[in-house]
Design a protein around this ligand. Structure first.
Ligand code: GLN
Length: 507
């Protein structure tokens, strides 16, 4: 960005009231913080709960079934961002979509709190539907607080990202503690309470958004809206019938097979949706250039998360099985290692927020694609550490915990260079009337990353530890090569980004 010009003083969007940012950022920060508390609090326990014995309150599923359900759950949570973005743009506006999304998430966690195996999957479906409505649209709203020429956009997203991770730490800690000391369903209940805090806070302070996202950006005609609602209701009825049949075990599905097909389907859908907006969205020449720049960002994001999301799978198992977690007589719980990422984000975020502002002030503003490619390469280099750690494990010894912690540190630096920056890029480069849908398309890259990471983690064979270093090296090679290609392409996109910004500033 070359955007160092401040918007006019009269511009309400420029009111600085939350760490130098518009007041609306506080509303979005805390709503997303609580939503992520509920999401990660529950997600951190999901595989453990599903594989736990029935005697101790679990579902007693096999590890492969549980990890496939986990991969499908995390993938669908983000996949539903596509319809969620569309509903905001065309039917309800982002504010109302976020609100109802939050209510559905809260209901999902309340259902999960009921100690009944059959209702468990209904709770999960509700969280998937609600997150699809909330996640892309709250991300889009953040960007709408800033005018096109406002230099604070990137640091605003960095701050917002910090909120996401404060929420994760609260979730992992509170829900993890309750699961261990009170029972699984108390932990799921705590997630519902967290989301309720987020909703109350959103309702009480949403006027600070100053009407941003109050109405759809591209409303349908009344007849079109009626047809859309009919389709939505039809979809929900079909889903309810399918869920009923599954729960009553009228038919069954193999989550392992479904996970593989889902990965292919999501990659195809990404290109179809992105291509659809590009070709059929009546975009101007400048808007199309912005879309090309965004494509680089989205590809970098999908590859990044495919590697990064090993944290919940292969690296989690590495922490449990091949890491010496004893400090004297105390054994570090495996889940604590998971917290390292969020904790590093919280510690490092202020530095990154300041770093982007510092760079911006010096007129050093790499293209978004370049930043994301660098983030991807940093993430890949983290796996070089895992390559060495895996060698230790392959030689039959336990690796020291600092190997994982160092990897998480490097991954977190990569995440901070890519993830908040990518969100900012989507908010800035997308054609304004498609903002919700473009955020939905972007969130689909999380989905693709999660499902590919899950499938890749399936290659880690506990019976064949000798293969592990090679598998980590494979991630390094693929990600570095793709990172370099994207970096070179990203260099070319800078001038397009500048054109988009000038066009938006003069709107
Ligand atoms: N931690 C980030 C969030 O929760 C990114 C999640 C992801 O899987 N990409 O928003």
């Amino acid at each position: 960005m070359t955007d160092t010009v401040a918007a006019p003083a009269a511009d309400l969007k420029n009111q600085a009231e939350f760490f130098g940012h518009p007041k609306g950022l506080r509303t979005l920060f805390f709503t997303e913080m609580w939503e992520r508390m509920s999401y990660y609090g529950m997600r951190g326990l999901l595989v453990l709960f599903m594989t736990d014995a029935m005697m101790t309150g679990g579902l007693e599923l096999t590890v492969i079934t549980a990890t496939s359900i986990y991969a499908l759950y995390t993938a669908f949570v983000y996949f539903m961002g596509l319809p969620g973005g569309w509903i905001a743009d065309r039917l309800m506006g982002s504010q109302r979509t976020v609100w109802y999304g939050g209510i559905i998430i809260m209901c999902g966690h309340i259902v999960l709190a009921i100690p009944n195996d059959k209702t468990f999957f209904i709770g999960m479906i509700l969280v998937v539907l609600g997150t699809g409505l909330l996640k892309p649209n709250i991300g889009a709203l953040v960007g709408q607080l800033y005018s096109a020429s406002d230099v604070r956009r990137d640091s605003g997203y960095a701050l917002y990202y910090m909120g996401i991770n404060i929420g994760s730490v609260i979730g992992y800690t509170v829900c993890g503690y309750l699961a261990q000391n009170a029972g699984w369903h108390w932990a799921f209940g705590a997630a519902a309470i967290g989301m309720a805090f987020g909703l109350i806070q959103f309702r009480l302070t949403s006027d600070s958004l100053k009407g941003e996202g109050a109405a759809p950006t591209q409303p349908l005609t009344p007849a079109g809206a009626r047809a859309a609602w009919a389709v939505i209701v039809g979809f929900l009825i079909t889903l309810a019938v399918l869920a009923g049949l599954l729960i009553s075990r009228t038919f069954s599905i193999d989550p392992v097979v479904i996970a593989r097909y889902t990965a292919v389907l999501f990659v195809l859908l990404f290109f179809i949706y992105f291509g659809g907006i590009f070709l059929l969205g009546n975009l101007s020449a400048v808007e199309k250039k912005g879309m090309w720049a965004l494509l680089v960002v989205c590809i970098a994001s999908a590859v990044f998360w495919s590697g990064f999301e090993q944290a919940g799978s292969s690296m989690n198992l590495f922490g449990r099985d091949y890491t010496d977690r004893m400090i004297g007589t105390f054994q570090i719980p495996t889940t604590w290692l998971q917290n390292a990422n969020s904790t590093f984000i919280i510690l490092l975020s202020p530095f990154f927020a300041a770093f982007w502002v510092w760079l911006g002030k010096r007129m050093i503003s790499p293209a978004y694609g370049v930043k994301c490619a660098v983030g991807l390469i940093i993430m890949a280099s983290g796996f070089i550490i895992m390559f060495f750690a895996a060698h230790i494990a392959a030689s039959g010894m336990l690796a020291a915990p600092y190997w994982l912690v160092m990897t998480y540190f490097v991954h977190t630096v990569g995440e901070l260079v890519l993830s908040p920056v990518a969100l900012s890029a989507v908010s800035k480069l997308s054609p304004k009337r498609f903002i919700g849908q473009m955020m939905g398309v972007f969130v689909l890259t999380y989905s693709i990353g999660n499902i590919i990471a899950g499938i890749f983690a399936g290659n880690f064979d506990p019976e064949n530890v000798a293969e592990m270093p090679g598998l980590y090296m494979q991630i390094v090679k693929v990600s570095v090569i793709l990172g370099i290609i994207l970096l070179l392409v990203g260099l070319a996109t800078k001038k397009w980004e500048t054109e988009v910004q000038s066009a938006k500033s003069s709107e």
